[in-house]
Design a protein around this ligand. Structure first.
Ligand code: MN
Length: 407
């Protein structure tokens, strides 16, 4: 498709979303929720654009007038491309300017909502560095990796109903936790973050028919930044033998904008080598190492924010098509609105660790913020994760931010 970066008639300032980005979000200005696409300091109201016929011949207007991305996710990449091509056309062709200008709403005047209804949520564990760090913390004498780790993308089924949009407050969870006085039902004292990337899926697949790693790309609509809040003390007591449960299911925050895959095409890189080679059904060609930098910040009271981590998704061992191929390998279908997250993204250096579990070595080293030493999150702490895809042409596409405050 045409993707001339500066060709839009909309004024785009530095650091603002360009015509090559066009992330989707759901917004309101006091009334109903409308689907929109962001450009510059504006959001184009797609509900109203569809209503006045600007997508005639592209998709049925109902698809863009539902107040959620799900109807669009139910369609195919051909439709996704056509909507994006049409957006490109009406935002670059001066002839559309008079009709489209009244449909632009200033970003500062809107309230953002969860952009899609999350169908199923799966969280993987695809960072080799993260898996090794955690393995060393909990099994210092053994192999840091479990025997399965290099053969399949390990993951678990999460709770889609507690996926919340950036800005939502996070209530500290209660759980069954061992204390010096014995096992008690008390608030978590080891509340943690997990810096992750999420893939929003669509183009549903048939039950009983695994999606091949080669076909998996046709089910990936876009990416979001994810903070997978985790209560380490609840998790530590409950997880054997069935895996994460309540320590992970109270809240997962996602960014309010879904950046389409087309916008990050230029951020594709060769992923890390895999040894041993993956089984044939998980083998994938193409550049699925995504050069997306994620920064995590901790804000406490009025103190300057502390940068906890700068990490990059291109370091992930298992890639999205492999995750999808594995997820569906038993015949489970993809539903429109499924969210798959990568798992905590950690690099080699401590400055790139994506969780406080690793940064504090499970609470044995403290961080200092707001003049106080701490290990895990305190009430009132706010975590902000920003993410941006670095394209080969030198431009970058922001995924916006995912923000959440502990109450
Ligand atoms: Mn996670």
């Amino acid at each position: 498709m045409r993707n001339s970066v500066n060709a839009t008639w909309v004024e785009v300032g530095p650091g603002e979303w360009s015509i090559g980005d066009l992330p989707y979000g759901v917004f309101s200005t006091g009334g109903n929720r409308h689907l929109g696409a962001a450009i510059g300091r504006w959001v184009l109201d797609l509900h109203r654009a569809a209503n006045v016929g600007l997508f005639r011949g592209v998709v049925h207007p109902d698809v863009l007038m539902a107040g959620s991305l799900n109807p669009l996710l139910s369609l195919t990449p051909r439709h996704w491309d056509r909507v994006r091509e049409r957006l490109n056309e009406i935002l670059t062709d001066e002839a559309f300017r008079p009709r489209v200008t009244p449909l632009l709403v200033e970003l500062e005047d809107i309230q953002l909502h969860l952009p899609w209804q999350v169908a199923d949520f799966v969280d993987f564990y695809s960072s080799l560095q993260h898996a090794e760090h955690v393995g060393r913390l909990f099994r210092p004498d053994g192999d840091p990796l479990m025997p399965n780790w290099r053969h399949i993308p390990v993951g678990y089924h999460g709770r889609s109903g507690t996926v919340v949009v950036s800005g939502s407050e996070i209530k500290r969870p209660l759980g069954m936790i061992p204390t010096p006085e014995g096992l008690r039902y008390v608030p978590s004292q080891r509340l943690d973050i997990e810096v992750e990337l999420g893939f929003v899926l669509g183009n549903p697949s048939e039950p009983g028919f695994p999606v091949s790693a080669t076909d998996a790309a046709s089910h990936v609509f876009g990416v979001v930044a994810v903070n997978d809040w985790s209560a380490r003390d609840i998790q530590a007591f409950e997880y054997q033998p069935l895996g994460p449960f309540l320590g992970k299911s109270f809240a997962t925050s996602v960014s309010a904008w879904v950046l389409p895959m087309a916008a990050i095409d230029g951020a594709r890189r060769t992923p890390p080598p895999q040894s041993p080679p993956p089984p044939a059904h998980l083998a994938v060609a193409g550049h699925w190492g995504l050069d997306i930098t994620l920064d995590a910040w901790l804000r406490r009271e009025a103190s300057p924010p502390l940068r906890l981590s700068t990490t990059n998704a291109r370091t992930l061992y298992w890639t999205a098509p492999q995750q999808i191929a594995h997820l569906t390998s038993n015949g489970t279908p993809i539903r429109p609105g499924d969210l798959i997250a990568t798992g905590t993204i950690s690099g080699d250096e401590p400055s790139s660790y994506g969780s406080l579990l690793e940064i504090t070595e499970n609470g044995s080293r403290s961080i200092v913020v707001g003049g106080r030493e701490s290990t895990y999150l305190e009430d009132g702490d706010e975590i902000v994760i920003t993410a941006a895809a670095d394209r080969r042409d030198g431009t970058s596409a922001s995924l916006g931010e995912v923000r959440g405050r502990i109450v």
